[in-house]
Design a protein around this ligand. Structure first.
Ligand code: JF5
Length: 234
């Protein structure tokens, strides 16, 4: 899997990509990440990547020239996504789709926005990781990389754990939250783990876990069971 990222803070991404699951995936050549700084493609003496909004207003907008030049110099794997709160919501089905592909790329926006010609004529789509505004797309890019990379075969030690977890498709093709997990000690400060988990009755344990998963999904995320109840439905 190959992922290219265009960012004016490559060191921010490099730090996070060097440790834990992503660091090991890169060391094992299961994941290749290319980091590209649009500032290297500026031609003015101040190497400026932003400018005032046309039409006036507060803040700064990322200029199109350095972003177009950086992307054209690399010809990165497509699709190329712009990370922005205005984008299509990134979710687990999209993570699975991208994990099954040879690669993709992302542009991290900064400041108050990115010149619209970048979204309209350079990128293939816009992605949002949630309904909040970040100072820049870098943290969103890390979210996407981590969610996708851990689904690439071999990146996690245990492939079964990615199938049982929250948001994996259940037997009905819907999505449910994880069941609660416990470890030793069975009794901790007078707080007892459910007796069923110590029963050794694997069929009963499986039934209990399915029921708990459904119960907490109904209680916490009813929108996952019935999309009409999603906060943004309609
Ligand atoms: C950004 C303009 C990019 O805030 C985000 C974001 C939120 N969800 N997904 C991405 O990206 C930074 C802010 C303003 C363009």
């Amino acid at each position: 899997m190959r992922i290219d990222v265009f960012t004016i803070f490559p060191e921010y991404l490099e730090a996070a990509l060097g440790v834990s699951v992503l660091g090991r995936a890169r060391a094992a050549n299961l994941l290749g990440v290319g980091l590209h700084d649009p500032r290297d493609h500026t031609t003015d003496k101040h190497r400026s990547v932003d400018d005032a909004p046309l039409g006036g207003g507060a803040g700064m907008v990322m200029r199109p020239e350095p972003l177009f030049a950086a992307v054209e110099a690399v010809a990165p794997p497509r699709p190329l996504f712009l990370l922005a709160p205005t984008g299509r919501r990134f979710d687990q089905p999209l993570a699975a789709e991208l994990a099954a592909s040879p690669g993709f790329s992302m542009i991290c926006g900064r400041y108050e926005g990115v010149d619209q010609r970048v979204a309209d004529h350079l990128c293939d789509d816009e992605l949002s990781v949630g309904d909040y505004v970040l100072a820049g797309g870098e943290a969103a890019a890390l979210v996407v990389i981590e969610a996708v990379a851990r689904l690439v075969p071999g990146v996690l030690g245990n492939d079964a754990s990615t199938e049982e977890e929250s948001f994996a498709a259940d037997s009905h093709g819907g999505r449910v939250l994880e069941f609660p997990q416990y470890t030793r000690p069975a009794s901790f400060r007078g707080l007892d783990a459910p007796e069923v988990l110590r029963s050794g009755d694997h069929a009963r344990i499986a039934r209990w876990r399915r029921a708990e998963a459904l119960r907490r999904t109904r209680q916490r995320r009813p929108d996952l069971l019935d999309p009409d109840r999603a906060p943004d439905a309609g």
